[in-house]
Design a protein around this ligand. Structure first.
Ligand code: FES
Length: 372
């Protein structure tokens, strides 16, 4: 047991060897644990090979072997999250081809890519460039050619930097926005729609009226005047002519006297002609006469009541004998008679144009009856 070194001795010996051989790894170990592991000497080199390694030594040796791999992969893993300084260092590696190299003018895309690469390489990173920019002396801005004529990516990079250093125009526009009211814009007033429509309709009307030729207006006026004159003449002519009534003839043949029986009241012509043919004894003589069917009260047609041997008016109850003389009711006078005559053919002819009234003594007229 006395000749076998313990763990403490091995570790102390390793640290002594580390301190004497390479002082830098200790300083480099500070930023990250990876360099520390890389600086640690391999246990296989420090531990004498006359004995088997302990578990701790094996672990230390394994860590020491794994450290270089971790150190090699560290830049890859930490590259995206690295500080802008690291990015600035890596930027020159991506060199954009120039027009001379390509043998043709650069496209706009290539120009922009080259300009962005140069701008990034020359410290356009905001965090890193912010502090030194204040201390840099003010350099007068170069006069750049128009963007379409730029062939040098450096000019484009300068243009990008100048554009980035200018104040944001959007905010200025936003700040000035409230001033752009309708009144401030000094715009012309909007036209009134109703007035515009009225003016348009007036124009259309004037156009339509103007489209009709003057001769057409003259023809229209004369036509209207002529039509009015014809209508007035027709009305005037009708005024000079009497109304013509299509009345039936006033005379009618009722047949020979022999066909009427004594005491008979024939109603055959009552409805159409308005009279009865009566054969009766009047003033002691058998005679035939034609009695009107118009009541002398208010004009109703009385009815012949054979049972009572009288004419009875249905309107107000006037009663007339078979001779036609009134005897009851409001009728003021007897019924009227029509003129009778005997024709060449022996038929009795009734003429309604001639009337005979009893109260006037006309029933004694020989034309008012036909003796049988
Ligand atoms: Fe015949 Fe009045 S109309 S009684």
């Amino acid at each position: 047991m006395a000749d076998r070194p313990n763990v403490k001795d091995i570790l102390a010996k390793a640290r002594a060897t580390q301190a004497a051989g390479s002082p830098e790894p200790a300083a480099a170990a500070a930023p990250s644990p990876a360099p520390k592991a890389a600086a640690a000497p391999a246990p296989s080199a420090a531990v004498p090979t006359g004995r088997p390694l302990t578990l701790k030594e094996k672990l230390a040796a394994a860590k020491a072997n794994a450290a270089p791999a971790a150190t090699a992969s560290a830049p890859v893993e930490t590259a995206p999250a690295a500080a802008p300084a690291a990015a600035a260092t890596a930027a020159p590696a991506v060199k954009a081809p120039t027009a001379a190299e390509l043998g043709r003018p650069l496209t706009l895309k290539e120009k922009l890519a080259a300009a962005k690469a140069i701008a990034g390489a020359t410290g356009s990173a905001p965090a890193a460039a912010a502090v030194p920019a204040a201390a840099k002396p003010v350099v007068a801005a170069r006069t750049l050619p128009p963007l379409s004529d730029m062939n040098d990516p450096k000019d484009l990079a300068e243009a990008l930097r100048q554009t980035a250093s200018k104040p944001a125009p959007a905010k200025a526009a936003t700040a000035a926005k409230p001033a752009t009211k309708k009144e401030d814009l000094n715009l012309p007033p909007r036209p009134n729609k109703n007035a515009a429509m009225a003016a348009l309709q007036g124009t259309r009307r004037r156009f339509m009226i103007g489209a009709i030729p003057a001769s057409a207006w003259l023809v229209l006026a004369w036509t209207t005047f002529s039509a009015a004159l014809v209508a007035f003449s027709a009305m005037l002519g009708r005024f000079f002519f009497p109304n013509v009534l299509a009345e039936p003839p006033s005379t009618i043949k009722v047949g020979p006297s022999s066909q009427f029986e004594p005491g008979e009241v024939n109603e055959r012509w009552k409805a159409e002609w308005g009279f009865w043919i009566v054969r009766s004894v009047f003033n002691g003589q058998d005679s035939i006469y034609a009695l009107s069917t118009v009541c002398t009260h208010l004009g109703c047609p009385p009815n012949w009541l054979a049972g009572e041997q009288k004419f009875k008016c249905p309107c107000h109850g006037s009663g007339f004998y078979v001779s036609g003389v009134n005897f009851e009711g409001p009728a003021p006078r007897p019924l009227e008679r029509f003129k009778l005559s005997v024709g060449d053919d022996g038929q009795i002819v009734v003429d309604k144009a001639q009337k005979y009234q009893e109260e006037l003594g006309q029933w004694n007229d020989p034309d008012s009856f036909i003796p049988v």
